[in-house]
Design a protein around this ligand. Structure first.
Ligand SMILES: Nc1ncnc2c1ncn2[C@@H]1O[C@H](COP(=O)(O)OP(=O)(O)OP(=O)(O)O)[C@@H](O)[C@H]1O
Length: 332
């Protein structure tokens, strides 16, 4: 069953333009002119219950705007959104009990209080009984390995511990749909791994649906089979990660270890040489030339070992964001 349905969704922000100088200020005060920012343009997708989907895009691509529409914080300009069968912008209790929105750069825990106090307030807001709240806090704290930190004031927690406590607060009411905007932002590698592990376990234990944005590709590769890529407000890809590499990177990396050291200009006769280290070389070969190039290398040079790999996913995403414009739009 689809947990999230998005159909031809758009968001336009009207932004007042102010000309410089005193004249501009006076004009701005009496007769405002507006320009329109098309943050999200006509996007459609569906996410099934229990799926974990990565939402990728460069800065300003429209990810947060989409997540805000999905969680009902802002009203769509046009289009339809259904989350857990509800219309988000109505912000009905039944809807709010089913979702959560975590923004890596915003916090809901009260800075000077122990996290436990904020958690009790949250539990009361969601109408959880003391017993349910206690059980839920214990269960999540154990999964997050943060039991002994909940009685310390939030300001004394490390960034990683604070993020874990934020996740605990956001998941206290057992939401079925999680919107996570950069949940590992600024965390060190260990804390990132811990948050990822937790999210994966949470998804499996509760069959929760997760839509996740992250600039750390490791988050996406560890958690998401499927990714949505948004560029300048348009959805340019909806599919699995491997497909993303195939679609946007027409080249493969061919790593060869030779018996001897060959001069670089000789290697360059076979393909684009990316790097050479002693008797090892890395070539970048267009997909359609792969068979021919590999047989030439194997036939004409003395090879000890050869492997073919996809270019790193970060490079592929980087390329999409550099070259990706509305012209690259691909039907999802
Ligand atoms: N409240 C607003 N008023 C006007 N323009 C806005 C508003 N919020 C976002 N925008 C604009 O909409 C576009 C999309 O912004 P959005 O925050 O959704 O992008 P994003 O993909 O989340 O980027 P980032 O990765 O930097 O967070 C940007 O051009 C941004 O400047």
């Amino acid at each position: 069953m689809a947990s999230i349905i998005v159909d031809r969704l758009s968001k336009v922000y009207p932004v007042a333009i102010k000309e410089p100088g005193l004249n501009g200020t006076i004009k701005h005060f009496f007769q405002r002119t507006y320009k329109q920012i098309h943050a999200v343009r006509d996007i459609s997708f569906q996410i099934e219950a229990g799926e974990v989907v990565g939402f990728l895009g460069a800065n300003g691509a429209g990810k947060t705007t989409t997540l805000k529409m999905l969680s009902g914080l802002i009203h769509p300009s046009t289009g339809l959104v259904k989350v857990a069968g509800q219309t988000p912008f109505k912000r009905e209790t039944a809807f709010l009990k089913q979702i959560t929105l975590v923004m890596g750069q915003k916090q809901q825990l009260i800075w000077d209080l122990p996290a436990l106090d904020s958690l009790k307030i949250n539990a009361a807001v969601y109408g959880l009984s003391d017993r349910t709240a206690q059980f839920r806090i214990y269960e999540l704290a154990e999964m997050l390995a943060i039991q002994d930190k909940l009685t310390q004031p939030v300001r004394k927690l490390s960034l990683g511990e604070r993020m874990k406590a934020e996740l605990l607060a956001a998941l206290l009411h057992e939401p079925q749909v999680l919107f996570l905007d950069e949940p590992t932002l600024g965390l060190d590698v260990n804390a990132q791994v811990a948050v990822r592990k937790f999210l994966s376990e949470y998804n499996q234990r509760y069959n929760a649906t997760i839509l996740l944005t992250s600039h750390y590709m490791a988050d996406i590769t560890a958690l998401c089979d499927r990714v949505l890529v948004i560029n300048q407000g348009q959805l340019i890809y909806d599919g699995n990660l491997n497909g993303l590499v195939d679609r946007f990177s027409p080249c493969r990396e061919v790593n060869v270890e030779f018996k001897h050291i060959y001069p670089q200009d000789k290697l360059a006769m076979y393909a684009d040489v990316r790097s050479v280290e002693g008797a090892s070389a890395k070539f970048l070969v267009p997909q359609e030339m792969l068979t021919k190039t590999v047989s030439q290398i194997l036939g004409e040079l003395e090879v000890v070992d050869l492997s073919i790999t996809d270019p790193p996913i970060d490079d592929v995403i980087g390329q999409i964001f550099q070259s990706g414009t509305a012209e690259t739009a691909i039907p999802a």
